[in-house]
Design a protein around this ligand. Structure first.
Ligand code: XMP
Length: 514
């Protein structure tokens, strides 16, 4: 099987490179930039891609290029920081751009290059850099420029080293996908021999090997991710998988009952429902800070699981592993496990974990994006209704109640959420958008109902389009659907007299408000 290794220098979009490679049907793995050359040699890649990164090549402590990589005699593609590393280490020159360049740029091809095969002379690409290459190393030629950048791409066809200053992996680079495919198939001559079925088979085999004859606890949230993990593990180890659904007190209306019901109905799972709502809610008293809420959820979850594992152990069952439906966006935004990226939020199933845990983690989906998880689920024969539920965050409604979490405020956000879901479904918009929900704001405003003055809470509607949750835009849901949501929320949810619409994209905002 063809294999591409991606060396991660900390870009927020490194996984998108892996994703584009996988979409082209080629297996890829990401490794941190600290990975040694021995390990890379052992992995025997057919091609290497160097990612972008937040550092500046000249800075002290900036990640460096493992020169041994270039002696492996396999094609190399450097992207952004990766290009600058190649330039600096092979004898070229770098300089700081007069202005940092972010956003779209018009790329013009300056000379023939296999990466441009099948493309017209110009292409819109996405830039994000401060430094630039001012002189190419010996043996290289300039292959593209933009109106403000004389060296936007370069290559040494002899040594099969290619470099791009822009990001071909992001959606906004219109021919980026074609350029990556050209690198894989025109330059590196790889074979497209990877797909979701391979992925599922490989993961089932890996889980079987890792678990041996042990037992695994799986945290089911009711969302698609943990359900897919459970089905994968069920196939790998059968009833040695113990699924637990924890009611953490911040679930949506009827979610506990519905989720347990449909999981039992659709899958032959070993499943237990635990109502820990009081335990969680007691810990939220007086807590307003989003990170603190996330940590409380993460830690309390683990406490509940450990208690459950100990109870199972007491019956002679040895539980060594905890399985979670962590996805790639959760990983990259929590903490960089694979490279030097910045932390945005502690996702409960990653950053919130206590340092010491009595169980090892199994996270079979941590390299995937949501739509890839849905494709794996479909491959495993899971029903559409389960695979197409909107994502629901591990910390639940706790991060949709801005400020303190009280029973009264939970009730408000729950009722508003039901209305948002119902109206999205009845208008046919539920599956057109990535996610839609209600957020309760920590402020009251004046209204008039009947002939009287009201002074009540505000609900914000957050409805977004996205393909991978890394970037998102607010959904252009028709006005009449929004109007109906607003009218129903104000009329039916006691304590709300105003509804507003969130029209911010991600970035710079995030999808959830906390
Ligand atoms: P943000 O708010 O980071 O959300 O733009 C991106 C996607 O991830 C979901 N989300 C979470 N999922 N644990 C999860 O399992 C979490 O802690 C968490 N926080 C956010 C969010 O709903 C969106 O789909």
């Amino acid at each position: 099987m063809s294999k591409v290794i991606i060396i991660d220098y900390g870009s927020q979009v490194t996984q998108l490179i892996a994703r584009r490679v996988r979409e082209a049907g080629v297996y890829s793995e990401i490794h941190p930039c600290q990975v040694g050359i021995d390990k890379i040699r052992e992995l025997a890649p057919d091609a290497i891609i160097l990612s972008g990164g937040p550092a500046s090549v000249g800075e002290e402590d900036a990640p460096t290029l493992e020169m041994g990589l270039l002696e492996l005699n396999v094609p190399v593609l450097g992207i952004c920081y990766g290009m600058q590393l190649l330039a600096k280490n092979l004898g070229g020159e770098l300089s700081q751009s007069e202005t940092r360049e972010y956003g779209p740029a018009e790329l013009e091809f300056a000379s023939d290059c296999p990466l441009w095969k099948g493309l017209s002379k110009k292409s819109r690409v996405w830039m994000s850099h401060g430094d630039k290459v001012s002189k190419v190393p010996q043996g290289f030629q300039i292959t593209a420029k933009t109106p403000t950048l004389a060296i936007a791409a370069m290559c040494d066809t002899e040594r099969k080293i290619y470099a791009l200053q822009f990001h071909p992996e992001v959606h906004h680079s219109e021919d980026g996908e074609a350029m990556i495919r050209n690198f894989l198939f025109e330059v590196a001559n790889l074979t497209a021999d990877w797909n979701m079925q391979n992925f599922a088979e490989r993961v089932i085999e890996e889980c079987r090997e890792k678990v041996g004859d042990g037992h695994v606890i799986c945290a089911l949230s009711g969302g698609v991710d943990s359900a897919v993990v459970a089905v994968l593990l069920n196939k790998a180890i059968g009833h040695r998988l113990h699924c637990i659904f924890v009611n953490n007190g911040v679930l949506r209306q009827n979610e506990g009952e519905e989720v347990v019901g449909f999981l039992r109905e659709h899958f032959d799972l070993n499943l237990k429902y635990i109502d820990a709502s009081k335990l969680f809610l007691d810990k939220f008293v007086g807590v307003e800070d989003p990170e603190e809420k996330r940590k409380i959820i993460g830690h309390t979850f683990i406490d509940v699981f450990e208690k459950e594992a100990n109870e199972l152990k007491a019956t002679g069952v040895s539980v060594k592993f905890l399985a979670q439906g962590t996805l790639y966006p959760d990983v990259i935004e929590s903490v960089s496990h694979k490279g030097p990226s910045a932390v945005i939020k502690s996702h409960h199933n990653v950053g919130g974990l206590p340092e010491k845990m009595d169980m090892d983690l199994i996270e079979p989906l941590r390299e995937l994006f949501k739509d890839e998880v849905r494709a794996v689920g479909a491959e495993l024969g899971m029903p559409h209704s389960v695979l197409w539920r909107h994502p629901f965050p591990g910390p639940g409604l706790a991060i949709r109640i801005i400020g303190e979490i009280t029973e009264e405020r939970l009730e408000i956000v729950r009722k508003a959420d039901v209305i948002v879901q119902e109206e999205l479904r009845s208008s046919g918009w539920y599956e057109k958008v990535w996610q839609g929900f209600a957020v309760l704001l920590p402020l009251k405003t004046v209204g008039v109902m009947g002939d009287g003055r009201t002074y009540e809470s505000v609900i914000a509607l957050r409805i977004v389009d996205s393909v991978d949750a890394m970037t998102a835009d607010w959904s252009r849901v028709p006005e009449d659907v929004l109007a109906k949501m607003s009218t129903r929320i104000i009329n039916e949810v006691h304590g709300v007299n105003r509804v507003v619409l969130d029209i911010s994209p991600k970035p710079p905002s995030t999808i959830e408000w906390e």
